[in-house]
Design a protein around this ligand. Structure first.
Ligand code: GCO
Ligand code: MN
Ligand code: MN
Length: 412
C-alpha cells in the first residue's frame, strides 16, 4: 500500500469504522445509564513521561459529541470546567449557568460531580493534609462541589482523593489523616442535607473511589474494601449517604478479581456508582476502554451486576490512547467503547438465561446424592463427576462471548 495522504486519512478511518458494522443507534445507546465524563475525551494524552498529543476541548464540544453519539449523561470535576482561581467567585456562577444552558441545548443530564483533589499544587501533601488551611480549603471545595451538583441536578458525588497518603513514613499519624478525611466527607454530607432540603431534592449519593498505587506514594485507602472499612469505621456521621465508586481497573491493579470486589460491595449495599474501563493486572492506571483487554472477565462482571439488578451509572472513566487523534476520539474511541459495553451487557443476559449454564449450576447447587457426611470418601465420591461442570460452565461462557452458542464455528 502507498503512504496515505494526510487529507485522505479521516475518510479512511470513517470508511473502515463503517465497515466494522455493529454500531448501535444513539437512541439505543441512550437506554443505558452510561455516563460520559468531561475529563475522559478531553484528556490530552500527557503523563509523567509523555507530552500531550491532542488539543484541549470545551464542555460545549464534549456535550455536543456525547449528544450525537447517544450518551445521555455527563459528569465532571469542578476544575474541568471552572478554573481553580474562579471557584467561589461570580465567574463560577456564570460558568455553571452556561453549563446548564449547554446541557439543555444538547439534551443531556448531569449525573455526577466530583472535586479535583489531586492535580493542583495545593494538594501536594494530599487533600487531608496536616496544615489546617489546606484542610479548610478542601472542605470548602467539597461543599462547593455538592452545591454545584444540586444546581446541575446531579444525583451522585464521587470522591477520588488522589494521594490520600504520604511520601515518607513517620511524618504523620495515619489514624489522624483518616480522621481529617472523614471530617471533610462529613462536612460535604451535612452541607448536602441542608442544600437538598432547601432545593427540595433528594440528597446526593456520595461514592468513594479507591486506587491502589497512584499517583506516587503510599495510599491510606487503596482498595474498595479499605473504603468499606472506612465507611463503617464509626468516623462517618452519615454512613447511609456514603458508598463506593469502584473502578474496574483499580481492582485489577492490586491483583483482585473485580467481580469479587463488586460482590463485596453488593453485600454491603454500597455499590453506588461504577467506573468502567480496562487494563492490565498489577500495572499502571492506563484506563484503556472497556473490553479491549479482558472481555471474558468483563462479561462475567456484567453477569454479576445484571443478576443483582444494579441500577447505578456505568461511568466511562477511560483515557483515549495517545494514538487517537482529536477526531479519532469521537469517530472511533468513544462510540466503539459504548458499543462493546452494550454488547457485553446483552451477552450477560444470554449467560443468565442460557439453559445449559442454568442446568449445570442448578445441578452443582443440588450436589451429588448418596453422601454420608461422616465419611469423607463418600462425600468426595458423591460429588466427583458433577464438579466437571465448573469448567463446562466456563467454556459455555466463552462460547457465548464468541457467538458459538449461536452457531459460530470454523469449517476447517
Ligand atoms: C483515575 C481516577 C479518576 C477518578 C476521577 C473521579 O483513574 O485517575 O479513577 O478518573 O475516577 O477523578 O473523581
Ligand atoms: Mn475512576
Ligand atoms: Mn483509573
Amino acid at each position: 500500500m502507498n503512504p496515505i495522504p494526510q487529507d485522505k486519512q479521516i475518510a479512511l478511518v470513517d470508511r473502515l469504522i463503517q465497515a466494522c458494522g455493529g454500531a448501535y443507534s444513539p437512541e439505543i445507546r441512550r437506554r443505558y445509564f452510561i455516563t460520559g465524563p468531561q475529563w475522559a475525551p478531553s484528556y490530552e494524552g500527557q503523563a509523567v513521561f509523555h507530552a500531550p498529543v491532542r488539543s484541549r476541548i470545551s464542555f460545549e464540544k464534549v456535550m455536543e459529541e456525547y449528544s450525537k453519539i447517544g450518551v445521555a449523561y455527563w459528569c465532571t470535576h469542578d476544575t474541568d470546567v471552572i478554573p481553580a482561581r474562579d471557584l467561589f467567585t461570580p465567574r463560577q456562577d456564570e460558568i455553571v449557568q452556561s453549563i446548564k444552558d449547554s446541557l439543555k441545548k444538547y439534551g443531556l443530564q448531569c449525573s455526577m460531580v466530583t472535586t479535583e483533589t489531586f492535580h493542583h499544587p495545593v494538594w501536594a501533601a494530599g487533600p487531608s493534609a496536616e496544615s489546617p488551611s489546606v484542610r479548610e480549603y478542601a472542605r470548602k471545595r467539597l461543599i462547593n462541589t455538592v452545591a454545584i451538583g444540586h444546581e446541575l441536578e446531579a444525583r451522585y458525588c464521587v470522591y477520588w482523593p488522589g494521594m490520600l497518603g504520604y511520601y515518607f513514613q513517620g511524618v504523620i499519624d495515619e489514624t489522624q489523616t483518616l480522621r481529617w478525611f472523614a471530617e471533610a466527607i462529613n462536612a460535604a454530607c451535612e452541607a448536602d442535607i441542608q442544600i437538598a432540603a432547601q432545593k427540595q431534592r433528594p440528597p446526593l449519593k456520595h461514592a468513594l473511589e479507591a486506587k491502589p498505587f497512584e499517583p506516587q506514594a503510599e495510599i491510606l485507602l487503596p482498595t474498595s474494601d479499605a473504603m468499606l472499612a472506612f465507611i463503617f469505621s464509626g468516623l462517618i456521621t452519615h454512613p447511609e449517604m456514603v458508598g463506593l465508586n469502584p473502578e474496574y481497573l483499580h481492582e485489577l491493579m492490586w491483583g483482585a478479581a473485580p467481580r469479587a470486589a463488586l460482590a463485596r460491595a453488593l453485600i454491603c449495599g454500597k455499590l453506588f456508582h461504577f467506573d468502567i474501563n480496562d487494563g492490565y493486572r498489577l500495572k499502571h492506571d492506563v484506563d484503556i476502554a472497556i473490553g479491549l483487554v479482558n472481555p471474558l472477565d468483563w462479561l462475567n462482571v456484567l453477569v454479576l451486576l445484571r443478576s443483582h439488578d444494579y441500577q447505578g451509572p456505568f461511568n466511562l472513566d477511560y483515557k483515549p490512547p495517545r494514538t487517537a487523534s482529536n477526531y479519532g476520539v469521537w469517530a472511533v474511541s468513544v462510540p466503539t467503547m459504548i458499543d462493546r459495553f452494550i454488547t457485553l451487557w446483552e451477552m450477560a443476559g444470554d449467560v443468565i438465561s442460557d439453559p445449559i449454564i442454568k442446568e449445570a449450576t442448578d445441578a452443582l447447587k443440588a450436589g451429588g446424592a448418596g453422601a454420608n457426611p461422616e465419611d469423607v470418601d463418600s462425600v468426595v465420591n458423591a460429588n466427583k463427576e458433577l464438579l466437571s461442570l465448573h469448567e463446562l460452565v466456563a467454556h459455555r461462557i466463552f462460547q457465548i462471548l464468541i457467538g458459538a452458542h449461536r452457531g459460530r464455528i470454523y469449517a476447517l
